[in-house]
Write a protein that binds this ligand. Structure first.
Ligand code: ZN
Length: 476
């Protein structure tokens, strides 16, 4: 205890010295500033840190509608362990029960999330580590940082800046207390282009010789993605984090199954449907990324040669289901989406993509969007695609399904994500999304035999209506 209070006093002395030094230090080189901040925060010999408390996490790009913030989920306990040397981190959390009426998507797949950084780990995948207070100090010290001064909301900051490997600025705001209070940078995301990442650090306290913020709020694209209240911090705690390094995502080549005359299923997931209309192709879904969508476009053209893709149907505005829409715009296609998404898409598709220019940022095609309310029918006299908006969905306000009456096929996203195995035991209680889909099928009197989930199971099996019936506790 005595030792602890002595080091606390010593730290406070250092902090005061630095606080005096910073205003006089404008023009002082960034390395000196960083080294002073590192000393003040107790970071000089810090190789690992573990911090814990409670959290609300929010799912980026998974809002229930385009005017809502990212939807949250609470963790009653949240522990993050970071090893700055390996480098790697792990989050262990205990989720609070998910309310039945929660609106939006993006629930986490499990209680643990491990990220091990290796040679092939993209900057976007590792940036979170370097935005932590100690991570910033370590990364800035290695990257020819410069320093300027800035006033924000009536407070003075020394801003230490370096250029990240993705060519974006990486800024750390150091307050007059010589503690890091804000870090910001930009990464490319397919929907928002150059996307602001920001994190604020408040309520610094001393935890056995290191200073650490007790209130952390992280934002991406203007809305919170993490809100943390820290109660415990352990410096240099054991942090042997196992796992394979996170690498660039693998996009398997697209393959097709002919479902019916002129109707093709493009796999693997995210799945898409291509339909051969008289003079053009209609594709349902432009998901994930430009890379995946280019593969879907190429496959649709192999299935249906010598016709342009005129329409892409967008099931909903969640980013995993719409991150290929800009690629379809560059391809010259018109987007069909729920009317509530049009103004939003027009706004965000005009945002700059300087960090990772995509096809549309070069093609600069006019954005063409056709909207629908509850129902829209596409037909060439032979093929018919009925588009219906699901009523009462908690997942998304503008969730569109595509029904092909002649083929008895229903394409749906996130309303029913089938289990890996067809004969998996049904859930103890039907999920609200599965039940909602069943209610809408009944309401619309759709005669469905085959379901095409955009989140297609990896075994590529035919998913039948019987699977949905079982999931909602109905016997067929
Ligand atoms: Zn969704």
């Amino acid at each position: 205890m005595l030792k602890k209070s002595v080091s606390h006093v010593m730290l406070a002395t250092v902090a005061i010295a630095v606080a005096w030094a910073v205003p006089a230090a404008l023009g002082q080189d960034a390395q000196t500033i960083l080294s002073n901040v590192s000393k003040a925060m107790g970071a000089d010999n810090l190789k690992t840190v573990q911090y814990s408390g409670t959290a609300t996490e929010f799912a980026f790009g998974q809002a229930v509608n385009p005017n809502s913030p990212w939807p949250g989920f609470a963790a009653t306990s949240y522990t993050r362990t970071i090893n700055y040397e390996s480098p790697a981190w792990r989050v262990d959390r205990v989720l609070a029960p998910i309310p039945q009426d929660r609106r939006g998507g993006g629930l986490p797949p499990g209680p643990t999330q491990t990220v091990v950084i290796g040679a092939n780990t993209s900057w976007a995948q590792q940036v979170d580590l370097w935005m932590t207070p100690y991570g910033f100090i370590k990364e800035a010290a290695k990257n020819n940082a410069t320093a300027t001064s800035k006033s924000m909301s009536g407070r003075k900051y020394t801003v230490v800046t370096f250029t990240a490997p993705n060519n974006a600025k990486f800024n750390g705001y150091i307050g007059e207390d010589s503690l890091l209070s804000r870090v910001e940078t930009w990464i490319d995301t397919p929907m928002l282009g150059d996307t602001l990442l920001e994190v604020t650090y408040n309520g610094y306290k001393d935890f056995g010789g290191v200073k650490f913020p007790t209130a952390i709020v992280q934002k991406q694209g203007g809305y919170p993605t993490l809100d943390l209240s820290i109660t415990d911090v352990k410096a240099n705690a054991p942090a042997d984090i196992q796992g394979n390094p996170v690498g660039a995502p693998q996009t398997p080549l697209a393959t097709s199954q002919k479902l019916a005359d002129g109707v093709y299923l493009i796999l693997p997931a995210y799945a898409a449907l291509a339909v051969d209309f008289k003079d053009y192709i209609v594709v349902v879904e432009g998901p994930q990324s430009e890379e995946r969508t280019n593969a879907i476009i190429a496959e649709a053209k192999r299935d249906i040669p010598n016709k342009p893709i005129k329409y892409v149907v967008n099931t909903h505005n969640h980013f995993d289901h719409s991150s290929g829409l800009r690629t379809f715009i560059a391809e010259g296609a018109t987007i069909i989406t729920y009317q509530g998404n049009k103004a939003y898409y027009e706004k965000i598709f005009a945002l700059p993509h300087t960090l990772n220019p995509d096809r549309q940022s070069k093609a600069k095609k006019k954005i063409s969007i056709e909207t629908m309310a509850d129902k829209k029918v596409l037909t060439d006299g032979n093929h018919v695609i009925e588009l219906h908006r699901l009523q009462g969905s908690n997942h998304n306000d503008g969730l569109i399904v595509a029904y092909l009456p002649k083929e008895k096929i229903l394409v749906e996203a996130d309303a029913f994500n089938p289990p890996a195995q067809a004969n998996a035991p049904p859930p103890n209680a039907p999920t609200p999304n599965n039940t909602n889909l069943m209610q809408n099928i009944d309401r619309l009197k759709l005669d469905v035999e085959t379901i095409i989930p955009i989140h297609y199971p990896a075994d590529s099996r035919k998913v039948t209506m019987a699977e949905l019936m079982r999931a909602v506790g109905k016997r067929d």
